[in-house]
Design a protein around this ligand. Structure first.
Ligand code: ADP
Ligand code: MG
Length: 168
């Protein structure tokens, strides 16, 4: 499917889209968040965390590059959220030193990455790409696309579209 686009009118609405995404993300998924400062990347990540079942607060890990959150759900499936913010990244040496490649293919959770453009071309083969644009003070346009346009992320995007259309 082509990209999904939604304009949200509040941070709660952006959070809710994140939560829907979080319920659908398979283990191993990578989500890249493009958008300026204040676009709502961290707000969206908080929703994703909630959708994964993580209740602890999520802040932008701006000074650490990576923060890790874990949930043990009742069915004992433990899922981790690797939340990366590359805003202060200083080149590919930094990427290697944080073990970047492990976050490109997380085997026990999902990775959500703010400022992925700082990593240049060093990206996973498959990811969900979400672009957040300022439309107004409280309005943000979210454009959600699967890369490539077939495969697990594309199927997840189909499900997300159906979920949103049915108002769930
Ligand atoms: P980023 O991580 O992209 O720098 P944050 O998520 O930290 O952005 O901050 C987004 C800011 O914009 C928050 O203060 C939030 O309350 C505000 N905001 C206003 N309207 C929206 C909206 N529709 N979606 C997301 N955030 C919004
Ligand atoms: Mg942020």
């Amino acid at each position: 499917m082509p990209a999904l686009t939604r304009v949200t009118e509040s941070d709660e609405a952006t959070w809710a889209i994140g939560a829907a995404i979080g319920t659908l993300l398979p283990v191993g998924a990578v989500v890249l968040l493009h958008g300026d400062l204040g676009a709502g990347k961290t707000m969206l990540t908080q929703g994703i965390a909630s959708g994964l079942g993580i209740t602890e607060p999520i802040q932008s890990p701006t000074f650490t590059l990576v923060s890790e959150h874990q949930v043990s759900s009742p069915d004992d499936r433990s899922v981790r959220l690797y939340h990366l913010d590359l805003y202060r990244l200083d080149g590919e040496e930094d990427l290697a030193s944080i073990g970047w490649e492990t976050y490109l293919a997380p085997d026990d959770g999902v990775s959500v990455i703010e400022w992925p453009e700082r990593a240049g071309d060093w990206l996973p083969d498959e990811y969900l790409l979400i672009t957040l644009d300022h439309v107004g003070t409280d309005q943000r346009r979210l454009t959600i696309a699967a890369v490539p346009t077939y495969g697990a992320m594309a199927r997840m995007l189909e499900s997300l579209g159906e979920m949103m259309d049915s108002g769930r």
